[in-house]
Design a protein around this ligand. Structure first.
Ligand code: PHE
Length: 512
């Protein structure tokens, strides 16, 4: 039956698909705005360090577990661990929850593309704020575009691993890259673009010039950068594990991981270059004071940038269409990996029963389930339409972000709780329960004496779990409010508790 399991057509096809999963809204929207909010350069350095010491390690681990077991997350974790067999469920529920808002954001991006096309054709101009408000308070439109987005993803994933996902990425990724370069050239040739470069690359510049009121403390930057890095690399979400499970034994997992991490980070930086100088240039030309620019924060993509394009003269909307089209490709290439991860479990189950032809049906059901949760998020319109969690819970007055709208709620649960927790648990499992040997064998460094094997072992045993506990605390504190000490205490207890749970009572396996 194993012979009937899907596989990639080629290593380059796998790489483009994995890069496609990684490159998404997280790179083009999240990275620039979080970098903006966290004051530019410091964020960048911490991000890069985390990508090497944590991201790369988790990437290698997930690919190895996937390829070794040739199973989707739920069954893969069952096979490798006695104690942590349930992590696979976290890695399947989280992508399902992420799809609830990823598809809605994909729908918004389509609406902006349509808007810019209309501007191009009819010569109207729409400001960012007006357009965004109009989109948010129109639940019907949001739902329709969300459905279109889900249907596109469904059709691609129904096409299969090499016949759908790989094919889409082989065309989509190069196209995205070319479009990004076009936008960067435009952005960097705008007046005062240099100010954007300084913002990004000169340490302390954003605070000194008043773009942000004060430098965030290093722990919050760690939380933000760590969460962002994980989300952006599609880690601890089952996606990379699932993609790894379709990869052939011949391919080099370490090299592939380095390429994926490097490409994703490069695209995030390029997206920063496309977005930040343009946004700052537009604001300076309009006499906006640095402190009032919306460089840091989620409005960047849908408000600030729409204004940038609307004010570029006649040709502006053309850049708008190109930009939102590239964001759309990025969103689709990520969403299909999430959808595949959720569906793969049931596809594998059917395969085990000898039923080889059920992908289309399973993906249809998964899409319908995603549609149900996505309609709630779409209708909610970021809390604009009075159905957000706080209203339903009957809480009035100021509420923490997590309860203010459904998107934040789903995002906090999946991206800020399940993801760091999942990564921490996976590292503890590999480092202290099963031992790093299995992963190292799978990646071909089984004799433990290579530089990589030593680096991997130290990172997976110590660095990843500890960093993940900080990321968990930092991101929960950022989203749920309350006292920082409380969140650090909770994360610390979880870390120590699971550390002991992983390490105690399995001497035999550790010594093997
Ligand atoms: N990496 C994607 C992004 O940057 C999101 C994603 C997360 C995709 C987890 C798959 C799994 O937007």
């Amino acid at each position: 039956m194993e012979n009937n399991r899907s596989s990639w057509g080629s290593n380059i096809g796998f790489l483009l698909a994995a890069i496609g999963s990684a490159v998404g809204l997280g790179n083009i929207w999240g990275f620039p705005h979080k970098m903006g909010k966290s004051g530019g350069f410091t964020f960048l350095i911490i991000y890069l360090l985390l990508a090497v010491f944590v991201g790369l390690i988790v990437m290698v681990s997930e690919l190895a577990i996937g390829r070794k077991t040739k199973l989707s997350p739920i069954d893969a974790y069952k096979q490798v661990s006695k104690k942590f067999k349930w992590i696979g469920w976290l890695a399947t529920i989280a992508p399902f929850m992420i799809m609830s808002f990823y598809t809605v954001l994909g729908g918004y991006v389509m609406q902006y593309m349509a808007l810019n096309l209309a501007e191009l054709s009819f010569g109207i101009t729409a400001t960012g704020m007006d357009s965004f408000v109009a989109i948010l308070v129109n639940p019907f439109g949001a739902v329709v575009f969300t459905i279109i987005f889900i249907v596109i993803c469904m059709l691609i994933v129904q096409g299969g691993v090499s016949g759908g996902i790989e094919k889409f990425n082989k065309v989509g990724m190069p196209a995205l890259f070319v479009m990004l370069i076009v936008i960067i050239i435009r952005s960097l040739t705008l007046p005062n673009a240099v100010e954007g470069l300084k913002f990004m690359f000169i340490p302390g510049y954003s605070v000194a010039k008043g773009y942000i009121a004060e430098a965030p403390d290093i722990i919050s930057v760690l939380g933000t950068a760590g969460g962002q890095m994980f989300f952006s690399l599609s880690l601890a979400m089952g996606a990379i594990l699932t993609y790894g499970s379709y990869l052939s034994k011949e391919e080099n997992l370490v090299k592939n991981s380095v390429i994926i991490v490097a490409a994703d980070t490069l695209i995030a930086l390029l997206a920063g270059l496309a977005v930040i100088p343009a946004a700052i240039s537009y604001n300076i030309s309009n006499g906006v004071a640095p402190g009032d620019m919306m460089i840091g924060g989620p409005k960047l993509l849908f408000v600030t940038l729409q204004d940038v394009f609307a004010n570029m003269g006649k040709i502006g909307p053309l850049f708008g269409v190109i930009f939102y089209a590239l964001v759309l490709i990025a969103a689709i290439s990520s969403a299909i990996s999430l959808m595949e991860t959720v569906g793969a479990h049931w596809i594998d189950k059917d395969l085990a029963k000898g039923e080889t032809d059920t992908r289309k049906k399973i993906i249809l059901i998964v899409s319908l389930l995603i549609l149900v949760e996505a309609v709630v998020v779409a209708w909610d319109g970021l809390g604009s339409n009075n159905i957000h969690p706080a209203v339903l819970l009957g809480i009035s007055g100021p509420v923490p972000d997590v309860l203010a709208d459904w998107l934040d709620f789903m995002d906090t649960f999946s991206e800020y709780l399940l993801m760091p927790l999942g990564a921490m648990l996976m590292a503890l499992m590999i480092g202290w329960e099963t031992g790093p040997k299995d992963v190292l064998d799978e990646v071909g460094h089984g004799n433990h004496s290579t530089g990589f094997a030593k680096f991997y072992t130290v990172c997976v045993k110590f660095i990843v779990p500890i960093v993940m506990a900080f990321v968990l605390a930092g991101s929960l504190r950022g989203n749920c409010g309350g006292s920082p000490a409380l969140w650090y205490a909770i994360s610390g207890v979880l870390l120590v508790g699971f550390w002991i749970f992983a390490a105690v009572g399995n001497k035999k396996t550790a010594e093997e």
